[in-house]
Design a protein around this ligand. Structure first.
Ligand SMILES: [Mg+2]
Length: 273
């Protein structure tokens, strides 16, 4: 038996798509904690949003922010560190791309040639109007460190031109639901998951089994690279398809209820429950 590591998306996965509640998952979440199985949050959310959410959840494990752009490792865990980590108060910070100001400087140079509006050009009220978030949550979502969301107002062809132009600068543009995201070329949820798994492996001095849970397009990479891939059923779209993974689990229930089902199943397969 190997050590289990859980990597979980938040919105639509651990948190209910509509209400953001994690109530149905609490028991399973606590079971992981009791068994000292790390539950790593892997999300498009920011550090500021995570700090608030972790208090509500009682979460003490590492977390990955802004779609794999950076990992925060709580210092108290004593995971092995190296020169690539920065000191960030209670955390060690591992980042995989340029910081946001560098991205803004790069995109500002492109302003004359493409039509778009970035978060740095917006007020919190604009973000509230675009997302339906509350004022407080919009302000937390705007505290980005490694990615810059934009409202793309130009053509798809122009977008792929911009992508080509930025590639040599180590930057990529990714089309999301509401926003188009500017971020480092090497940032993705899967890469961050694998980097952290290696850390745990050398910490434990034994093999680890990775389990990834997600419901959205930006989780496909993470699920396809995990040992156990769990597709969380969504109330708003068809279940994700993970290429070449017939072994992926699909939960019966939606969001956090499905999350709890999958964790229970994994624990009983490991002979723990
Ligand atoms: Mg999601």
């Amino acid at each position: 038996m190997t050590r289990l590591l859980v990597f979980s998306d938040l919105d639509g996965t651990l948190l209910d798509h509509h209400t953001y509640s994690f109530q149905p998952a609490i028991q399973a979440f606590q079971a992981l904690k009791t068994l000292s199985i790390p539950c790593i949050l892997n999300t498009s959310k920011t550090y500021a949003e995570l700090i608030q959410l972790r208090t509500k959840l009682g979460h003490q494990d590492p977390f990955i922010v802004e779609n794999g752009a950076a990992i925060y490792l709580p210092k108290h865990l004593g995971l092995p560190i190296d020169d690539s980590l920065e000191d960030h108060g209670d955390f060690w910070l591992k980042s995989f791309g340029p910081n946001r100001q560098a991205l803004i400087d790069i995109i500002d140079d492109c302003k004359a040639r493409y039509r778009f509006q970035g978060f740095h050009d917006m007020q919190w009220q604009d973000v509230v109007d675009l997302t339906g978030l509350s004022e407080a949550n919009a302000k937390l979502a705007m505290q980005r460190e490694f990615t810059e969301p934009m409202v793309w107002q130009d053509s798809t062809i122009a977008l792929s031109q911009l992508n080509q132009e930025l590639e040599i600068k180590g930057v990529q543009v990714q089309k999301g639901g509401r926003f188009t995201h500017l971020m480092g070329k090497n940032c993705d949820k899967a890469r961050a998951m694998l980097w952290l798994s290696e850390r745990y492996q050398s910490h434990y001095k034994e093999a680890v089994t990775t389990m990834a849970l997600g419901d959205g397009e930006n989780d496909i990479g993470m699920l396809s690279k995990a040992d156990i891939a769990v597709v969380i059923r969504s109330p708003v779209h068809a279940p994700l398809e993970i290429p070449n993974r017939n072994d992926a689990w699909l939960t019966d229930a939606y969001g956090p209820e499905g999350w709890a089902q999958a964790i229970d199943k994994a624990l009983s397969k490991q002979g723990i429950l």
